[in-house]
Design a protein. Structure first.
Length: 209
């Protein structure tokens, strides 16, 4: 079973309290989602492979460590996942960015891919798949499946808030994918919203509601 990391750093929890509030402005919500993504990605990238190299300091040669291999790809699930990308790039500016767009079929209620643009070498990279809310887990599990179809082997899912139902589905469907979240809330309501959650993350990031 894939490991679930609930990140309870005080700074994360403080910022989470702000974006949960219905009175937080679009500008502040967008900025803090990005800040949360930066803090979370610090933990999610803790095990990136490194290699030893030698550099010249102003004083003497030094053996130092650098990230090895093809490094990182950040893949947001459209559209709310876009709100987390810049925060991650603040920490890892060399990461490549792909995009996966999904919609829910009104008859089957299953996610359908409508857009997918990935780096050519995505299969050789460590993947951070990002979406602020992990609700039913349908979109996340579909996106992970698409990435695996492209040959991706090292995938982590990073969401700010998760519902127990979404966590359970991802862990069941993709037991090899680690999950990083800042909170696991109580449940989903009848409309598929996380309770207490923070509402619709996409609408609050882009000011569309």
């Amino acid at each position: 079973m894939a490991e679930l990391h609930v990140l309870d750093h005080p700074l994360l929890q403080h910022k989470l309290s702000i974006i949960r509030s219905k009175d937080t402005s679009v500008k502040e919500f967008r900025e803090i989602v990005s800040e949360i993504a930066t803090l979370m990605s610090y933990e999610a990238t803790r095990d990136l492979p490194v290699e030893e190299v030698e550099v010249e300091t102003p004083v003497a040669p030094a053996k130092v460590k650098r990230i090895a291999g093809k490094k990182l790809a950040v893949i947001p699930i459209l559209r709310a996942g876009l709100g987390m990308v810049d925060g991650i790039l603040q920490l890892v500016p060399s990461a490549k960015v792909g995009h996966i767009g999904l919609y829910r079929d009104p008859d089957t209620l299953e996610p359908v891919e409508y857009y997918c643009k990935l780096p050519k070498d995505v299969a050789d990279r460590d993947i951070l798949l990002v979406d602020p809310m992990l609700a039913t887990g349908g979109s996340a599990t579909a996106a992970i499946k698409f990435l695996k179809n492209y040959g991706c082997k090292h995938i982590k899912l990073m969401s700010i808030i998760a519902a127990p139902e979404g966590v359970e589905r991802v862990r069941r469907d993709h037991p090899d994918v680690e999950l990083y979240v800042a909170a696991v809330d109580e449940r989903l309501n009848d409309h598929g919203y996380i309770v207490p959650g923070l509402g619709d993350a996409g609408d609050r990031i882009f000011g569309t509601k």
